[in-house]
Design a protein around this ligand. Structure first.
Ligand code: ADP
Ligand code: MG
Length: 626
């Protein structure tokens, strides 16, 4: 027998599970059944694709037994793929995905430590330690002779030793603790299976001693009979007609599919008949999956062929930007023994995918038109992935442009480009936005003043991804999208008086240029500033300062500093002081102050704050003494 230590993360996790998860302990059963079902899925797939496994005639079955008399145990047994020694170590001794750390972090913050969360993080097995003080896993991998017995009390270590098991599969025995005793009970188990696992595709049997009475009067006596009874419906819910299914049916199925504790935001059930025959059932979770922004996120859609599970680990079933969607694709046309490599190039699957994306997007569109509140809730979670779609999904760009939402100077809630265009002034040339920074900073930008004065709405793009996506999308309904902190947009606001203003300001512009030298690309007279003395802009195709900082933080940019264009307001007293003075040093100091403060307003750290403060103090002193 060998004794092994759990990896640190597993130990931490177990400690947390044993000591601080109190509510919904009963979900351990859902998790074990879900693992049993996964194991049978995997084996069925192998018997179809692997010649060595073809002879295994599996009649899929999950069996639950319990002992409520002496031992107080509960057992969940399956005839699925099983595990060998290496699997045990990898699956039940370490945690491969990044789920655990995230789970631990989330739990630290949570006041109400709810066990329901656990399944989503891919650590469901360990939930058995909430109700058991010892867990044994007797398992034999399909195609192998040796069985293994894994055993642990959940405290730092586990043991593994060779053992016996008649056929392939896994038996998990829970030695129930005080909190767990109540689960060694027929009614409890039946009720929990109904609640959480009714729609598992395989039959779940409960074995128990049935007590009947025989005979009459004096001769009447108890007869105990060991029976086995199926306690779930075990039907592929998605194959049943919509009319037969209630909202509750859909919701319960969602929960067992996704391990989510909330109902979904909405769902979409489609049966396609025609050249291709397939069924899809898609759900959008209320809250974005925790791993939505992880590279190793777990895909949420399972592929079935004629109700036989094929894979749940295929990231290409839907495009990456729809990775938050949960659900099922079940095809009648794909061959059952389709291998994963073939899948990726399969034409049938491609067609199903394309149609599914269209269906999903048009459902989103429908909701946006018919149920504003629901759509805002949807957008609060999934705006960003949809924006990713703008640059990754060319075919559906039109629809995606209608679906994404933005913050705006004119509205409290998110607005669509469509509604922006409807509100545009008659002579307005473009859709204006400001990007590159936090919402607060952007909303305070001095550049907005001019737009506000003219009643022009500006979109506030504070999402990091905006700066990458928006420049690539081209016009919307023939209207160009223009960033107001880039040089191009400035031209649009010029009017007749501006040319004269420019001519008059030429001397001061030259003076500032001379003072700032190569710290600026150019100095321009602003048609847009009213109260602020100056602001910085970037040349049409340069990255913004914030974007450069971001790239730098990601290690993707060298140190060449971004050189901005300085836009000045000739009516401002500071600029007028520069124009008036003959003191070269004073003019240079004031010019440097203009540039530095323009950086600061943008939320960008200036390089030499001490110099800035010195210049500022000198300038202020001059004002006080003059
Ligand atoms: P998840 O199911 O999300 O992967 P779990 O903690 O529930 O996370 O299970 C961890 C792993 O242990 C599974 O991925 C699987 O490889 C293995 N496992 C658990 N139960 C069984 C079982 N009954 N049969 C075969 N493998 C199992
Ligand atoms: Mg699991």
């Amino acid at each position: 027998m060998s004794k092994k230590k759990f990896k640190t993360e597993v130990s931490q996790l177990l400690h947390l599970i044993i000591h601080s998860l109190y509510s919904h302990r009963e979900i351990f059963l859902r998790e074990l059944i879900s693992n049993a079902s996964d194991a049978i899925d995997k084996l069925r797939y192998l018997t179809l694709t692997d010649d060595q496994m073809k002879h295994l005639a599996v009649e899929p079955k999950i069996t639950i037994t319990f002992d409520d008399k002496n031992q107080k145990t509960l057992t969940v047994m399956d005839n699925g793929i099983g595990m060998n020694e290496k699997d045990l170590e990898e699956q039940l001794g370490t945690i491969a995905r990044s789920g655990t750390r995230k789970f631990l972090e989330q739990m630290e913050q949570e006041k109400k430590r709810d066990a329901q969360l656990i399944g989503q993080f891919g650590v469901g097995f360990y939930s058995s330690f909430m109700i058991a003080d010892r867990v044994e896993v007797l398992t034999r991998k399909a195609g192998e002779d040796t069985a293994w017995l894994w055993s642990s009390t959940g405290k730092n270590s586990y043991s593994v030793e060779p053992s016996q098991r008649e056929e392939q599969g896994t038996t998990i025995t829970l030695h129930l603790n005080d909190e767990g005793k109540e689960f060694a009970n027929r009614w409890q188990i039946e009720q929990l299976v109904k609640k959480y696992s009714d729609h598992i595709a395989f039959p779940i049997f409960l074995e128990y001693d049935k007590v009947t009475w025989e005979g009459e009067g004096e001769k009447r006596k108890e007869k105990v009979e060991h029976t086995s009874e199926q306690i779930n419906v075990a039907a592929a819910l998605w194959k049943r007609p919509k009319g037969e299914l209630s909202e509750e049916d859909y919701h319960e199925f969602y929960k067992s599919l996704s391990h989510d504790m909330d109902d979904p935001l909405f769902y979409l059930h489609t049966a396609a008949e025609g050249t291709l025959e397939y069924t899809t059932l898609f759900y959008v979770p209320k809250k974005a999956p925790f791993d939505m922004y992880y590279a190793d996120y777990k895909p949420g859609v399972k592929l079935y062929v004629k109700r036989v599970f094929i894979t749940d680990d295929e990231k290409e079933l839907l495009p990456t930007y729809l990775r938050f969607v949960r659900g099922i694709i079940d095809s009648e046309d794909l061959p059952l023994n389709v291998s994963r490599e073939i899948l990726q190039k399969n034409r049938i699957l491609k067609n199903i995918q394309n149609a599914s994306v269209k269906k999903l997007l048009s459902e989103f569109k429908k909701i946006s038109e018919s149920n504003g509140a629901l759509y805002q809730e949807f957008i609060s979670q999934y705006n960003r992935p949809l924006k990713e779609g703008l640059y990754s999904d060319f075919t559906n760009r039109e629809t995606l442009l209608e679906l994404v939402r933005f913050k705006s100077t004119e509205r409290e809630e998110f607005v669509s480009l469509e509604s922006y265009v409807e509100r545009m002034k008659d002579d307005q040339k473009a859709i204006y936005y400001i990007a590159g920074g936090k919402e607060d900073t952007l909303r305070k930008s001095p550049l907005l003043e001019a737009y506000k004065k003219r009643g022009i709405e500006v979109l506030i793009m504070d999402d990091e991804i905006d700066e990458i996506v928006i420049p690539s999308i081209g016009p919307f309904k023939d209207k160009e999208l223009k960033a107001i902190n880039r040089s191009g947009a400035a031209e649009d606001l010029k009017d007749a008086g501006d040319e004269k203003k420019e001519q008059e300001a030429k001397p001061v512009v030259d003076k500032i240029k001379e003072a700032l030298k190569d710290k600026v690309k150019d100095v321009k007279v602003s048609s847009r500033l009213t109260t602020a003395p100056a602001c910085i802009m970037v040349d049409e195709h340069d990255p913004t300062v914030q974007m450069q900082q971001m790239l730098k933080a990601m290690g993707q940019s060298d140190d060449t500093p971004m050189i901005p264009i300085l836009e000045i307001n000739p009516e401002h007293p500071i600029v007028q002081s520069i124009a008036r003075t003959d003191d070269k040093q004073y003019a240079a100091d004031l010019s440097a102050i203009l540039l530095d403060q323009a950086y600061l307003v943008e939320g960008v750290m200036i390089k030499e704050p001490a110099d800035f403060v010195r210049r500022l103090n000198e300038a202020l002193s001059k004002t006080f003494t003059s």
